[in-house]
Design a protein around this ligand. Structure first.
Ligand code: F6R
Length: 266
């Protein structure tokens, strides 16, 4: 794992967008795995600024959402279909027909999950999966004790996750109880993973993901088995890491050919 510790959330967003922009410039038809939630919003906003300035073209890239709530319509402002449309597809000028979500309103949920897996395979797999991290260590909505071999399926949201996500809804009771999520096995097949986390509330989950034992109690820790993960975090989210100074040293001494610089604030 590569651990990139940056001073603040603005630098995290600029670095994350530089990684994505580099991929899309080299591979215009890149397949992106798209997380929602608050963690990647700064990255999407930085990418949107590059697109608006004519410095990046995402029109040939495609995307697969990491997850979707069950039972709310795609017009609901908190459905991930709506969030992806307003935060990613429109600002990045992506082709909506190339951005896919699991169907949380399907009558046959297992068939919808199988169809989603098949669509990812048909696209050639995900080139770069963006992930946030739950305070309980979840990635996607793979809550603690999710199988490391799991595929896209229905999950029951943990009470902690529903409480954390209540900030997006008018009342805690409105937070759906279920979601469809790419499985840990699905996520591990992405060619590259960019995990982003900011703030003190994520410090414990970051430390357990990066340095803890690989355990189903912290689903993020399974990323230790993936060959190409970049964890980009601010100082607050890094505050529980034992080897933070080593990670800073590694980032400062990367060979030039491996280096992606943190763009300056505009
Ligand atoms: C969202 C997702 C979740 C979030 C996580 C962190 O698509 O899959 O794993 O990334 O719950 O949420 P935020 O970023 O809102 O703190």
């Amino acid at each position: 794992m590569e651990i990139v510790i940056l001073p603040d959330s603005g630098a995290v967003a600029r670095f994350g967008s530089a990684v994505l922009a580099d991929l899309v410039r080299k591979t215009p038809e890149a397949v992106l795995g798209l997380a929602t939630g608050s963690s990647p919003l700064g990255i999407y906003a930085e990418l949107a600024a590059l697109v608006a300035a004519g410095d990046l073209d995402c029109s040939r890239a495609s995307g697969f959402a990491l997850d979707e709530y069950v039972g709310i319509s795609e017009d609901h402002p908190q459905s991930y279909a709506h969030v992806l449309r307003t935060e990613v597809i429109e600002p990045l000028r992506m082709d909506p027909s190339r951005v896919h979500l699991p169907d949380g309103r399907a009558a046959d949920i297992p068939a919808a999950c199988d169809a989603y897996e098949a669509a990812i395979r048909a696209a050639g797999g995900i080139d770069l999966q963006i992930l946030g991290l739950g305070a309980n260590g979840h990635i996607g909505f793979n809550e603690p004790t999710s199988s490391f071999a799991s595929r896209t399926r229905i999950k029951t949201l943990a009470p902690r996750t529903r409480a954390d996500n209540a900030r997006f809804f008018d009342s805690p009771d409105e937070v759906p109880t279920h979601c469809l999520t790419q499985g840990l096995g699905t996520i591990l097949e992405a060619k590259r993973i960019l995990l982003v986390a900011q703030g003190e509330a994520k410090a414990d989950a970051v430390a357990r993901t990066v340095e803890g034992p690989v355990t189903a109690l912290c689903p993020g820790s399974v990323l230790q088995h993936h060959p190409h993960v970049t964890v980009v975090i601010d100082e607050a989210a890094a505050s529980g890491l034992q080897l933070a100074d080593y990670y800073r040293h590694v980032f400062e001494h990367k060979p030039e050919w491996q280096r992606i610089a943190v763009p300056p604030a505009s």
